[in-house]
Design a protein around this ligand. Structure first.
Ligand SMILES: NC(=O)c1ccc[n+]([C@@H]2O[C@H](COP(=O)([O-])OP(=O)(O)OC[C@H]3O[C@@H](n4cnc5c(N)ncnc54)[C@H](OP(=O)(O)O)[C@@H]3O)[C@@H](O)[C@H]2O)c1
Length: 273
């Protein structure tokens, strides 16, 4: 029996949301090293220029680069609009993917739901009185993800043999943190959404991956803006003691988990597990 991991055995279609920077960029580059060389990457985020930079890195080494890298301008909160979704799938994703795939078989797909925002870390739960702000948060981080995920499975990967879904979760999905009520709630809801999906669809491999505290724009913004003094101090200590992870290290850990493929579908797996 071949020791090659299932995920790299045959060409994949790999969709990464929030691929423009931070963890999404690192996940993309790490996955490109292990996926089959004839794989197709679909990189999605709002910043097309940054996606282009990630694409340039992916194709720098021709011998190792995926066969196609597609860039899609994407704002996850807009996925809650019917017209936007229809356009995204019928005018952009389906035609670009079928042109990249040609007549070849793609038996594997991986959707990495990484795009995410923090909410306002200056506000405690009792200060959340603006319903538009709350709706906007959950449209990006939960509602948009649910619809995008379902549409991908239905419109792009209904007949794909090996399907992997990764939800980028957080410790905040299973532990409460002050001034992060929207963030914690969104992450907890995403975890549960994917747990349900995992039991409904036993043929899909579903992973909720918590990447640990990682040195990215989000982490910096949080440290500089969180209004809870004790949390701020703890975050400063993380930096001073050199305990913030590099995005590449957390990405490598995710790749190892996917290659081993021994996780229970729907589980929440942390970098430190
Ligand atoms: N850093 C950490 O310590 C940490 C810890 C636990 C979990 N996480 C999770 O890891 C994921 C990535 O975080 P990060 O630290 O890399 O954050 P980041 O540096 O702020 O990057 C966030 C990514 O999400 C994209 N994004 C933001 N809003 C979007 C929208 N409306 N539509 C589509 N894409 C959007 C951004 O791209 P554009 O701005 O170009 O759209 C960017 O690529 C998030 O889900 C986060 O919750 C991070």
């Amino acid at each position: 029996m071949s020791a090659e991991p299932l995920i790299s055995k045959c060409p994949s279609v790999c969709i990464v949301t929030g691929a423009s920077r931070g963890l999404g960029r690192a996940f993309t580059l790490a996955l490109a090293k292990i996926l089959h060389k004839d794989s197709i990457f679909v990189l999605m985020a709002r910043s097309v220029n940054l996606l282009q930079e990630v694409k340039n890195e992916l194709i720098k080494d021709v011998s190792k680069s995926p066969s196609h890298v597609i860039i899609v301008e994407f704002d996850q909160k807009k996925v809650v609009g019917k017209e936007f979704v229809e356009n995204l799938f019928t005018q952009i994703l389906q035609p670009q993917l079928s042109s990249a795939m040609g007549t070849a078989d793609y038996d594997t797909c991986l959707i990495l739901h990484n795009a995410g925002t923090l909410g306002d870390p200056k506000k405690k739960a009792v200060e959340l009185t603006d319903v538009e702000e709350i709706k906007n948060y959950f449209n990006i981080n939960l509602n948009g993800l649910i619809v995008f995920n379902a549409m991908c499975l239905r419109e792009l990967f209904a007949n794909t043999k090996n399907r992997f879904l990764v939800n980028i979760s957080s410790l905040a999905g299973i532990q409460a943190f002050k001034c992060l009520s929207s963030y914690c709630t969104g992450k907890a809801a995403r975890d549960m959404f994917f747990k349900v999906l995992a039991i409904e669809e036993p043929s899909i491999r579903v992973l909720n991956y918590a990447p640990g505290p990682v040195d990215t724009d989000m982490q910096t913004y949080l440290r500089e803006n969180i209004s809870d003094a004790e949390s701020k101090e703890k975050m400063k200590e993380l930096v001073e003691q050199g305990n913030l992870l590099k995005a590449e290290d957390s990405a490598q850990k995710l790749v190892e988990i996917l290659c081993r493929n021994t996780f229970t579908s729907g589980d929440h797996v942390d970098y430190f597990d």
